[in-house]
Design a protein around this ligand. Structure first.
Ligand code: A2P
Length: 316
C-alpha cells in the first residue's frame, strides 16, 4: 500500500491509502504535466490517485501507472487505489456503464478501485461555459443512476462505489433504496470546513470520508489562502517543526478521513505524505477546532446561482 497508512472501508472491505494525490488542476495544465507529476508521486510512495472524467486526468494517470509498472516502480496494478467519477452528463441509468467503460479506456485499466457519483446533479450537455445555462441543469434520478453504479460493481468494473458532495439528507435517501451501500463520500473537509454533522452521520453508517481541498485549494478559482495562511495553524506548525500544510493534513487524518491533496511539486508532494510519525496534542486540536467555519468550494461558483445548484450548496 505504498508509504502511506491506510483505512479499511467498511462497505467494500478494501484498504484505501490515507493520502492520495488529487489530480484536478486549476488553471488546467496539459496532460504531460499531470503524467510527470503522477509518476513523480509514485516514486515518492503514493499509491492512491484521485481522478475524474471531467478533470481530464484519467489518461495521464493511466499512462503514468503503466509506465511505473514498466519501470518496476510497482509490481502490479493491485498496488494502486484508483478513484474516478461519473460526470453529470452521464448521470442517467443507462449511461453509467458506458461512462465507466470510457473512463477505464482512458485509464488503460480493467477496473477502478472506487467509482463515485461526482455530484447529485444531471447536466443535459457538456459544460461549455460557466455559468451553465439553467436549461441544461436537471435533478438527478438517483435510483436509476445508483442501479447503474451497482451494476458496475457487479460486473467487476469497479471494486467499490460511492458518492461525492452528498449531504446527510441525500445519503439517507440513497441508503433507503440501495442494494449496495456507498463505501465513500468524497467531500470538502479541512480545518475551516469540519463537517461535524456529516462526519458523525457517515461514521454511524459506515461510510468512509475522503477529503478534497484538505489545504483549501489555494490557487484555484474555488479555493484560497485561508489554511496555508492561517496564523493559528502556522503557530502549531512552527512549534512542532512541521509545515502548515502538514498540520492541516494531520488534522484531517486524525478525523479518520483519507484525503487527496493536490500538489504537482516534487518537494511538496513528498511533504504531504510525511504526516504519520507524530500526532496533534489535545490542545492543538482544540485550537484548530475553534477556527471559524466557511465552505470553500460552491457549485454556484461554477454552475451559476440556479435554484437546484443553490439547494445542493446549502445542503453540504
Ligand atoms: P502546488 O501544486 O504548486 O504544490 P488542495 O489540495 O486543498 O486542493 O490544495 C492544492 C493547492 O495547495 C495547490 O495550489 C498546491 O500547489 C498547494 N499545495 C499543495 N501542497 C502544498 C504544501 N505542502 N505546501 C504549500 N502548498 C501546497
Amino acid at each position: 500500500m505504498g508509504a502511506t497508512t491506510g483505512f479499511t472501508l467498511s462497505c467494500a472491505g478494501q484498504t484505501i491509502p490515507a493520502v492520495g494525490l488529487g489530480t484536478v488542476s486549476d488553471p488546467r495544465v496539459d496532460a504531460e504535466t499531470t503524467r510527470v507529476a503522477v509518476l513523480e508521486a509514485i516514486k515518492a510512495g503514493y499509491r492512491h490517485f484521485d481522478s475524474a472524467f471531467v478533470y481530464g486526468s484519467e489518461k495521464p494517470v493511466g499512462e503514468a501507472i503503466a509506465e511505473a509498472l514498466r519501470l518496476g516502480l510497482a509490481k502490479s496494478r493491485d498496488e494502486f487505489f484508483i478513484t474516478t467519477k461519473l460526470w453529470c452528463t452521464f448521470a442517467e441509468g443507462d449511461q453509467v456503464i458506458p461512462a465507466i467503460k470510457m473512463s477505464l479506456k482512458n485509464l488503460q485499466m480493467d477496473y477502478v478501485d472506487m467509482y463515485l457519483v461526482h455530484l447529485p446533479l444531471r447536466l443535459t450537455q457538456q459544460m461549455t461555459k460557466s455559468p451553465v445555462p439553467r436549461e441544461h441543469i436537471m435533478p438527478i434520478d438517483l435510483k436509476s443512476v445508483w442501479a447503474g453504479m451497482e451494476e458496475c460493481q457487479n460486473l467487476g468494473l469497479t471494486k467499490g462505489i460511492g458518492v461525492s458532495n452528498f449531504s446527510c439528507k441525500r445519503l439517507e435517501d440513497l441508503i433507503s433504496f440501495c442494494k449496495i451501500p456507498p463505501a465513500i463520500n468524497q467531500v470538502e473537509l479541512n480545518p475551516f470546513w469540519r463537517q461535524k454533522e456529516l462526519m458523525e452521520f457517515c461514521k454511524a453508517k459506515g461510510i468512509h470520508i475522503t477529503a478534497y481541498s484538505p489545504l483549501g485549494a489555494h490557487g484555484t478559482k474555488w479555493g484560497d489562502n485561508r489554511i496555508l495562511g492561517c496564523n493559528v495553524i502556522e503557530e502549531i506548525a512552527k512549534a512542532r517543526g512541521k509545515t502548515t500544510a502538514q498540520v492541516s493534513l494531520r488534522w484531517v487524518y486524525e478525523q479518520g478521513a483519507s484525503m487527496v491533496p493536490k500538489s504537482f511539486n516534487k518537494e511538496r508532494m513528498r511533504q504531504n505524505i510525511d504526516i504519520f510519525d507524530w500526532s496533534l496534542t489535545e490542545e492543538e486540536i482544540n485550537k484548530i477546532n475553534q477556527l471559524p467555519q466557511r465552505k470553500g468550494s460552491t457549485l454556484a461558483s461554477t454552475f451559476g446561482p440556479h435554484d437546484l445548484v443553490l439547494e445542493i450548496d446549502a445542503d453540504i
